[in-house]
Design a protein around this ligand. Sequence first.
Ligand code: SF4
Length: 320
Amino acid sequence: MNLDRSLIQVLESLQRAGISALPRPAQSPWHLAALVAGQPTIDVAPEQVSVKSVPLPPVHENSVSVKPLADSPPVVSPAPKAASKLTERTLPPPPQTGTTLAANPSSSEHQFMNAPVLSRAERESCLSALSRKVATCKRCAELAATRKQTVFGVGNPEAEVMFIGEAPGADEDKQGEPFVGRAGQLLNRIIEACGWRREELYICNILRCRPPENRNPTSIEAANCREYLDGQIETVNPRYIVCLGTIAAQNLLGNQTPIGRLRGQLFTYGRAQVLCTYHPSYLLRNPSARSLVRDDLQILLSAMGLDPNRLIKQQRATDQ
Ligand code: SF4
């Protein structure tokens, strides 16, 4: 009896016993993986030799690729090209490095860029109206309840350079003018070392009310007060802005970068070039940082077409 005849006899006896086909093997994970990858799959026992090629299902944007399990036989099949392209398309863009304000200006920066240039009388009138509005502002309930008065800003309404600090302290709250305490006196010396007079510039803060215990302004308070800061920037229309300290720099530029990384370079904000440097209060606590502030201001003087060495000369003259 040859092998074929034996096989026929076995099949005939199975049919007589009511068994018409051999059972299908249970589907395993590697079987599913082969289906997704379009590999030929063995449908029944090898003796039945029923080999089918399962067509590749269409790749849909939401389809999930099925990976073979670790203990499954490897399925060698190149990744479908459409799926590769899809992966590339859906990858998030690489993170941006550095501050690119000019490429992504905020709405207030747009406002500043498009604001009309006003006469001196118009600027005085606008600043006066804004100051009256600030005097009655109660947007920050805690600050409005604890302040002695609001501290709007002082200086030349046509200033080429605007200095922006953080918030009023106890002395400023008392006198109603920014930078009049010890830090203010140091700022005056820095301004003089640059060859300017305080009244030539415009000086204001991110906040117009003193935070209790001189704590840092909250982001909500800074947002509340932004309208007034924007109004002052638009009206004075400075060509250069100096941000004094982290709070001023981060709020104006809209980022979270530490001052140590913002200093030493110029940024663009609307029509103005912006220099960030350390706050005079920080210099009072860390005198060694004064040379860094001098370096920063020399960058500003150079950008303004002024001799950066005048700062050193002035400083020497003041020290003598
Ligand atoms: S800090 Fe500014 S927004 Fe807040 S209450 Fe004072 S003036 Fe108003």
